[in-house]
Ligand binder design. Structure first.
Ligand code: F6P
Length: 529
């Protein structure tokens, strides 16, 4: 991003800080928050504000104090009443858009009141954004919670510069078109100047959906819509490569790695860490581990699966049901195979802090990142970046966006338990030399396209569109322009005036001979035909 950066307005569902009931601030969870926070910090962008939900339902009497406190951190909370938030976040966002966009149409709950609340909450965000928009602001909206916001802002500020980035997959048209509100959602997004996706597949899905739903076509990702030029582009989100690469040198992390290894007394470690979500393929992972233990008795007592599941969206029934299903399977495996000195699956239902997370990445022999569908999946990238020792194997789902950049991983189809099991077996067999080759190539790529490059690419593209915007915009014939034309016409010694005819001086008609000038037009030009 050029240093001339104008004022940046970031809008996302979550603020980077969650405000607790005792009014203390803690860092919000999630890849979006950590990615954007790192980008803002590392690219030294100072002139910005971040608008979002404060992460919990707070008492109205505290709003003023919270606003003041948040403002010092450039945060501006959007307070959403609890009832409305339930229908918005648990409802439209996570029972409609999330399952459909991830290819789980049977999980979608079609409820008109969710949709109405989604519109209302997008309006709440719009009202807050409107307070900070100036002539030179750049508005960067994030994720599926705010698909209607771009057009709402555009209606208030027709010349605003607006970008949008989707952090989850964009589904193929056949799926998207199942939504009764498909047109409204697309028109909402078309308020943007730039729309970004993680990988080309999602960009192509979006462009195909536009053509089939609204009949809007594109030329190399450029769309002309309501006299505006909109660009649709791919920007694969990266990570803070150096942070993870150098983390192994930290004393605290070294100690934690040693602890994990000592506790497990030389056993091979398979690691998995995810937010609790049916899209992550966690259950299939357990089935594969169970099958491995059945197939390979020689692995008994020599291998453990450390499974970390991070609590998430506990207000949605599918998530509650899934937790139960996972925990039952884990007890079944441990009950069937475990011994007094060997628990095959070590299960944690909590989040890990940065040091603990990297220590697990470093202590691991094999990591399983096998979502059924995932926009990008930064865990895969973080694991690879952390391994300065060039050791370890990653088994990665072909349906994670990151698989496009991590081709040297063991790429699997997570729907096949056999394929997963075989991949784990094979992962234990490959030489240190091969591990090194694979990890090194992937690290080179991640180093080049890191989180800074991602953010800079998006914002520079958005800024460059501003110049094009002027070129393509319709020029109104103002009195000033009329005068300019008159003057140049009178001054010229060879006078020719080029005018558009069909559709300008006369209406468009089916046959050319019907396009005759009427009396008014003839009088205007004082010409006798
Ligand atoms: O992947 C989309 C995303 O919104 C991430 O940004 C975030 O890490 C994750 O989903 C969890 O989201 P939330 O806890 O806000 O529902």
């Amino acid at each position: 991003m050029k240093n001339s950066l104008k004022k940046l307005i970031i809008v996302a569902n979550r603020l980077p800080f969650t405000i607790k009931s005792d009014l203390s601030f803690i860092k919000s969870p999630g890849g979006l928050v950590s990615g954007l926070t790192t980008f803002l910090k590392k690219s030294k962008i100072k002139d910005y504000v971040w608008i979002g939900w404060p992460g919990s339902h707070l008492n109205k009497s505290t709003f003023k104090i919270i606003k003041e406190k948040a403002k010092r951190l450039k945060n501006h909370p959007v307070f959403i009443p609890a009832k409305q938030f339930d229908k918005f976040y648990n409802g439209f966002c996570n029972k409609v858009l999330w399952p459909l966009f991830h290819g789980f149409p049977s999980h979608v709950v079609y409820d008109e009141s969710y949709w109405e609340t989604y519109i209302e909450v997008n309006k709440l965000f719009c009202n807050e954004v409107a307070k900070y928009v100036t002539l030179d602001s750049i508005i960067w909206i994030h994720d599926y919670h705010l698909l209607l916001l771009p057009s709402m802002i555009r209606n208030l500020f027709p010349s605003a510069t607006i970008g949008f980035f989707l952090h989850i997959p964009f589904p193929p048209p056949e799926l998207f078109m199942q939504l009764p509100w498909r047109k409204e959602l697309l028109e909402g997004l078309l308020g943007c100047d730039l729309i970004g996706f993680h990988i080309y597949e999602y960009t192509a899905n979006f462009l195909r959906t536009l053509s089939r739903t609204l009949g809007i076509d594109h030329k190399t990702g450029l769309i002309l819509y309501q006299d505006r030029l909109i660009k649709v582009e791919t920007f694969p989100m990266g990570i803070d490569f150096e942070l993870f690469y150098n983390a192994c040198e930290k004393r605290k992390i070294k100690k934690l790695v040693k602890n994990i290894k000592n506790q497990l007394k030389g056993k091979k470690i398979i690691f998995s860490v995810d937010r609790l979500d049916y899209t992550k393929g966690i259950y299939n992972r357990l089935l594969a581990f169970e099958r491995l233990l059945l197939k390979r008795p020689d692995f008994h007592e020599k291998v453990v699966l450390i499974m970390v599941v991070v609590p998430s969206r506990e207000g949605v029934e599918h998530y509650q049901r899934m937790k139960k299903q996972l925990e039952e399977k884990i007890s079944e495996i441990n009950g069937k195979f475990g011994k007094i000195h060997w628990i095959p699956v070590l299960y944690y239902y909590r989040s890990l802090d940065f040091e603990e997370l990297v220590a697990h990445y470093l202590a691991t022999d094999v990591i399983l990142v096998t979502p059924l569908k995932d926009g990008m999946n930064l865990i895969a990238k973080e694991f690879v970046a952390s391994r300065k020792d060039k050791r370890g194997v990653i088994i990665l789902s072909e349906f994670a966006g990151s698989a496009k950049e991590l081709g040297e991983a063991f790429i699997v189809n997570p729907n096949s338990i056999d394929e997963l099991t075989n991949a784990i077996e094979k992962a234990f067999e490959i030489s240190e030399e091969e591990q090194k080759e694979r990890i090194s190539s992937m690290q080179e790529r991640l180093k080049r396209y890191n989180i800074i490059k991602w953010g800079n690419d998006f914002l520079t593209t958005l800024e460059s569109l501003n110049e094009k915007k002027f070129k393509f915009s319709t020029q109104l014939l103002t009195p000033f322009l009329i005068n300019e034309i008159k003057e140049s016409f009178h001054k010229s010694s060879n006078k020719i005036l080029f005018l558009d005819y069909d559709g300008t001086l006369v209406p468009l008609v089916s046959k050319p001979y019907l396009a005759a000038p009427d009396k008014e037009l003839k009088n205007t030009f004082k010409i006798t035909f």
